[in-house]
Design a protein around this ligand. Structure first.
Ligand code: 4NP
Length: 156
């Protein structure tokens, strides 16, 4: 069972979409996985995903309406094998909560799955228009395809 946590700042725009996209693909490929999301900030704890993320997901037949926002916490290092950060700020904030080297080794920049070591960011779409959300979808979709490929290679 693969346990993956997607992390952004508010846990309402990028990471709920990322968790929705990757778990949708995992199911499609028959891979057993739990993909969840969290935010480094506490602004939107208990809230649903941003309407624009819900709509973007729906356009691609993915349902994220049951999302409930929560904040990243140190014990998430115990619950997940891999923790993907959407941007460098998230990456730094997650690492600052790591308790040991084992925790640190779980943290990765999501887009490094597509372009290794480039530390490319999934841009925060919160203050922009709907095209920002479609861009976020496309980036996460590419990264999710790489994650699936990697898992399939490991198990073949
Ligand atoms: P997210 O986007 O990190 O992709 O969920 C944001 C959501 C809310 C805020 C910032 C980014 N905010 O400042 O409230």
């Amino acid at each position: 069972m693969h346990k993956i946590l997607m992390v952004c700042l508010g846990n309402i725009c990028r990471s709920p979409l990322a968790a929705g996209i990757l778990s949708h693909k995992m199911k499609k490929h028959g891979i057993e996985a739990e993909v969840h999301s969290a935010g480094t900030a506490d602004y939107h704890v208990g809230q649903a995903a941003d309407k624009r993320s819900i709509e973007t997901a729906q356009k691609h037949d993915i349902d994220i309406t049951n999302h409930v926002g929560r904040q990243f916490q140190a014990n998430d290092f115990d619950s997940y094998d891999t923790i993907y950060a959407m941007d460098r700020d998230n990456y730094r904030n997650i690492l600052s909560k790591a308790r040991n080297e084992n925790d640190k080794a779980k943290v990765k920049m999501l887009m490094n799955e597509v372009l290794p070591r480039e530390n490319l960011e999934v841009p925060d779409p919160y203050y922009g228009g709907p095209e920002g959300f479609e861009n976020v979808y496309r980036m996460i979709n590419m990264a999710s395809d790489e994650i699936i490929k990697k898992i399939k290679k490991q198990t073949s």
